[in-house]
Design a protein around this ligand. Structure first.
Ligand SMILES: [Zn+2]
Length: 313
């Protein structure tokens, strides 16, 4: 990955073999339950997080008293609107932006691209809370402002769900450590939708490609040196890169396959200490006494999950 370059695979060659190519495209559309050629809608869902946008290297969204809070919200909006522009340039007929930052209230409605719709606030009650508002009529999901998983040495603000709290959760699916990208991807995959683009720091883009394959469009907007320090590209430049990436991703959305986890799956979550694990477990048990996880040591819980909802744990 070169910082400053959008990672795009070239459109597949093979135009000469018209019949074969045409059949392959049709099969792909049928296999993912997606639109037919008669349906001209092209809907894209963009999820935005607060740690991965251009120009950001601290946990600003957790503290509105931060004097730079207004500026950082604007930086986030720059990345979001660039992604919307790219989707529209590729022919998207509907673009929905979902604010998945802390409490879901860090986007600025006044500044959202006029052709986009915005979902904000906390999400409760959805079978897939992280992707509330999305359904199988969408062509794919774009992750903007994403960050690498907890413990990634060169990840900017790398964490898995618990960034500024110090509770530092780590997750494993069937023994493989995963981060929020895999969690989004499995939630989208449950609906038959692929992740089609990821924008964030270099380490985030690497994690996304390792998980979802090299056909994924990734846009690296910064590079981490250690948890508190980063090399930032100019937002004026990254917005151009994000728009180009989104255009490419939507144009070739069918290249990407949904990331489906096979059920049942063993999910493990680990905390830095017993106290955090106790708190987490009792919160879950209060909501659902039959929650299918058990303690395997003082600070680690593990469960065999049979429902796509529970794999988020
Ligand atoms: Zn996050």
């Amino acid at each position: 990955m070169n910082l400053g370059k959008v990672n795009m695979t070239r459109p597949r060659a093979g135009r000469a073999a018209g019949v074969v190519v045409g059949t392959a495209v049709l099969c792909a559309a049928v296999a993912c339950g997606a639109r037919t050629t008669a349906d001209k809608s092209l809907k894209v869902f963009i999820v935005v997080d607060s740690e991965g946008p251009s120009g950001i290297a601290d946990y600003w969204a957790h503290d509105p008293r931060d004097p730079f809070y207004p500026e950082k919200r604007q930086l986030l909006m720059g990345d979001v609107n660039a992604a919307v522009e790219g989707c529209l340039a590729a022919g998207a007929t509907e673009v929905v932006v979902s604010d998945d930052t802390k409490f879901g209230v860090n986007t600025i409605p006044e500044l959202i691209h006029p052709e986009a719709k915005l979902i904000t606030g906390r999400g409760f009650g959805s079978p897939v809370p992280m992707l509330q508002g999305v359904d199988s009529s969408f062509a794919g999901v774009i992750l903007v402002g994403t960050h690498a998983k907890e413990g990634t040495p060169d990840g900017v603000l790398a964490h898995t769900f618990t960034g500024a709290s110090g509770k530092h959760r780590r997750y494993w699916y069937n023994g493989q450590e995963i981060g929020e990208i895999a969690i989004y991807a499995s939630a989208a995959g449950h609906l038959g939708l692929p992740i089609i683009m990821v924008a964030g720091c270099e380490a985030t883009c690497r994690e996304a490609r390792e998980l979802l394959g090299n056909d994924l469009v990734t846009v690296a907007v910064k590079k981490g040196f250690n948890p508190g320090r980063a090399l930032l590209l100019a937002p004026k430049k990254t917005r151009v890169m994000i728009a180009a990436g989104a255009k490419e991703a939507v144009t070739h959305a069918r290249r990407m396959k949904p990331y489906r986890v096979k059920l049942p799956i063993t999910v493990r979550v680990q905390f830095p200490n017993k106290e955090f694990a106790d708190e987490y477990e009792s919160n879950h048990r209060r909501k659902d006494p039959k929650w299918p996880a058990r303690r395997i040591d003082d600070r680690t819980l593990e469960g065999t999950m049979t429902s796509p909802v529970d794999i988020i744990m």
